[in-house]
Ligand binder design. Sequence first.
Ligand code: GLU
Length: 443
Amino acid sequence: MSSTVTTRFAPSPTGTLHVGNIRTALHNWLLAKQAGGRFLLRIDDTDVARSREEHVTAIRADLAWLGLHPEREERQSARFDIYEAAFHKLIAARRLYRCYESAQELDLKRKVLLGRGLPPIYDRSALALTEADHAAKAAAGEHPHWRFLLDRDAPITWVDGIRGSQHFDPAQMSDPVVRRADGSWLYMLPSVIDDIEMDVTDVLRGEDHVSNTATQVQMFTALDAPVPRFAHEALLTGAEGKLSKRLGSLGVTEMCANGIEPEALIALLARLGTSDPVDPALDAESLAARFDLTRFGRAPARFDDAELARVNAAVIHKLPYARAADRLPEGMGEAAWEVIRPNLNTVTEAAAWWRVVTGPVEAPEFDAETRAFLDQAAGVAAALDWAEDPWGALTAALKDSTGRKGKALFMPLRQALTGMDHGPDMKALLPLIGKDEAVRRLG
Ligand code: GLU
């Protein structure tokens, strides 16, 4: 096994990525970055019938949006020759054997075993077939499917990067089918062949793959390859603690539509499943430096939209102008961005605040006394040197001349100038509104 840490994200392009897959991709990227290693994208499209090119395109686009750039991309559908060679090697080593049972027959066998209180393990009856039996099947037009022969005398163990010490008894496992009668591959063996050939050192994936790993550990050995490090992450659940349907479809498209920044999603997912606080970092490299698999627990990790929204706001409050510029309204420059940014939950909301700057704004109806105060304010504003701190100068002068202070001083001014009761810091906002417009709004 190569010494360069190499991870891979291996989605099947049978759908778009959901937040669970995105977390797996991110964690593989972080693991590789942290070690100065390589992160690969492997499109698992051996299932030609269910794989769609549009999903491959969407997966690439999603990773690009997240900034998770793979060093190399591979597709299983382009690697059938490699699988064929390994297949023959395993046949020669007597680790693969031909079977003919139909799905119904297998189902019946399982039911009989379960009915007798036994584990539903394949009985290996096909191992007893002779070459003459196979020839007779072939003559009758029957094609075999192939199973991998587990070594029942070799206990399966590995130290999982998240789950710790793992033990499986191969005598309690069925020999897995690796290739169907029509010649097509199941996921299990091609994945091992690829992990070997691509020098993958670390396989990090969901805990739904733990039992596959048990089988795959023996496949690595059967192919004379070292077994990579494995780690299996607890699955994601919704905020209500249940596996939710919604999470299974929540992906980059919906996140984008909701104004979620990739940095926010990355910051949250980098820590989701640990008890460490989320760090709304703008650069994923800094998250990589502190990424630690041992911090991840075995309990399901809760994904909470409200938490994502909070992280998103925290990210936006630090987001440099350059990362928002092409989504801001015409004319809104860096100074305005910095004034408005602390008020935003999403970048889109900047437009409404920019309208407060450019006007027109609709102020509430004021009582006569407040109206008189505002007229006075307009006069003071018109006479001010606008270059310095007009808000400081305006409020100081009005405080002196009217005796108003606190809310009675500030609120009518804010309302007249912005049409709102809250919003960006007036000291920063007023210079953006400009003198003439401010005088007009006050008067
Ligand atoms: N294509 C498999 C999946 O999406 C890959 C599993 C793995 O990482 O090996 O579940």
